[in-house]
Ligand binder design. Structure first.
Ligand SMILES: CC(C)(COP(=O)(O)OP(=O)(O)OC[C@H]1O[C@@H](n2cnc3c(N)ncnc32)[C@H](O)[C@@H]1OP(=O)(O)O)[C@@H](O)C(=O)NCCC(=O)NCCS
Length: 374
């Protein structure tokens, strides 16, 4: 008998060796490693290797991957021209989605599902997605686009392109840890979207443009931007209680709180919370983290809901001086690792996704009536 599961809750849609979210225990696995075992210990580049090859790299393996990523740091001129000419008021996540789609037009062999070649396309996307976001941010301010460099890590390179100067080691490490924490998360909405598109044997660029579209929504990756808008709207710690009470009375969702799968604490949140506390105190602006803590406490006590990954990542990015509308693009930069790994896994053992639906429309047997008589 067909099962109806709204939002596909509880449905296992396919097998994966890449990641697992164990909601009752609050455990997130990347290829068998607990995220707590990896966060702060591996670089984003090592994380990409883990997700692609199912094991952590040796020094030689890491060097090979790093070289491959850095070799892809030149965007086609047509994409650069687009980033310069896109409306300055456009949302960076929309420009990113469109630019990824454009990249597909420059890859003329993209319909050739050769495993090696598609892995190369994944590497290319991981390498180029951050450049797209940083370049658009520069271009919309009328600033020069700094030439790409081959000597910086993925995290440092993004900050360098965005600000036009090499970041501090601390800023690089903070973003690097955030990238690792956001790199993979099982069959979340955007990853599932990428796999659905890939399952039609469409190409990597189509799968990833669709995934970015899914990530953008405020119920998914867009929540981190919503958190900062909420904190700005509340304004100060003494106003939190009244603001949250009012929002809950109006049945509004509090951004960065709650999760479909985690019924206990999202294991990524404490890492981001620690970083947010440190950075806010260093900046001498503790009010953001104080407001966040109060919101999290109220939501835990009153609704039994916990902060998720987006709740504290917002304050981390804000403290790094990253503009709010780049928060979701940064999520996309990190998740590109997981998305592309999942697309490759889908193709390795493909079956078209094609669920059923429960029909609730008019009864069978409606009769056609000529248009003049309707
Ligand atoms: C993540 C999310 C979409 C999960 O949604 P879901 O599994 O479909 O859960 P539901 O929306 O059905 O919520 C279940 C209950 O918790 C409440 N709830 C869930 N998240 C809430 C939130 N952030 N604020 C207020 N109430 C919330 C719902 O109102 C609902 O209550 P009810 O049973 O009294 O109607 C949801 O928690 C949410 O919208 N969170 C805010 C957006 C966000 O941070 N997204 C990033 C996720 S990583």
């Amino acid at each position: 008998m067909a099962v109806v599961a709204k939002g596909l809750e509880g449905i296992v849609a396919a097998e994966t060796r890449i990641g697992d979210v164990r909601g009752q225990e609050g455990v997130l696995l990347y290829c068998g490693y607990d995220i707590n075992e990896l966060a702060g210990k591996i670089s984003f580049e090592e994380c990409v290797h883990l997700l692609y090859h199912n094991h952590l790299p040796t020094k030689a393996g890491l060097e090979k991957l790093t070289t491959a990523l850095r070799a892809e740091r030149e965007l086609p001129q047509g994409v650069i021209d687009y980033l310069k000419s896109a409306p300055k008021t456009a949302r960076p996540i929309d420009v990113m989605r469109s630019a990824v789609s454009m990249l597909g037009c420059y890859d003329t062999d993209r319909h050739d599902l050769d495993m090696g070649k598609d892995m190369a396309n994944g590497i290319k996307l991981i390498s180029q997605i951050g450049i797209i976001a940083a370049y658009f941010h520069r271009a919309r301010q009328g600033l020069e686009l700094p030439p790409v460099r081959k000597d910086l890590s993925e995290a440092a390179h993004f900050l360098y392109l965005m600000n036009g100067e090499v970041p501090s080691k601390e800023a690089e490490q903070t973003l690097d840890v955030a990238y690792v924490l956001h790199a993979e998360h099982g069959f979340n909405a955007s990853t599932f979207t990428a796999r659905v598109v890939a399952s039609t044997l469409s190409d990597m660029y189509s799968a990833i443009s669709a995934a970015i579209g899914a990530l953008k929504g405020p119920l998914h990756g867009g929540a981190n931007e919503g958190v900062i808008h909420m904190l700005e709207e509340i304004g100060s710690v003494d106003k939190v209680d009244a603001w949250v009470a009012d929002a809950l009375a109006q049945k509004k969702k509090i951004m960065g709180i709650g999760h479909r799968v985690y019924k206990v604490l999202d294991p990524r949140a404490p890492h981001l919370k620690d970083m947010a506390i440190k950075l806010s105190n260093q900046l001498g602006e503790p009010k953001w983290i104080q407001m966040s803590e109060r919101i999290a406490t109220i939501m835990r006590e009153q609704k039994n809901l916990n902060a998720n990954v987006d709740f504290y990542s917002a304050t981390v990015y804000y403290s790094l001086g990253i503009p709010t509308d780049l928060f979701t693009p940064i999520f996309a930069i990190a998740r590109m690792a997981g998305w592309t790994a999942h697309v490759l896994e889908q193709w390795a053992d493909n079956r078209l996704f094609r669920p059923l639906s429960e029909y609730t429309g008019k009864p069978y047997g409606q009769k056609w009536v000529p248009i003049e008589q309707r």
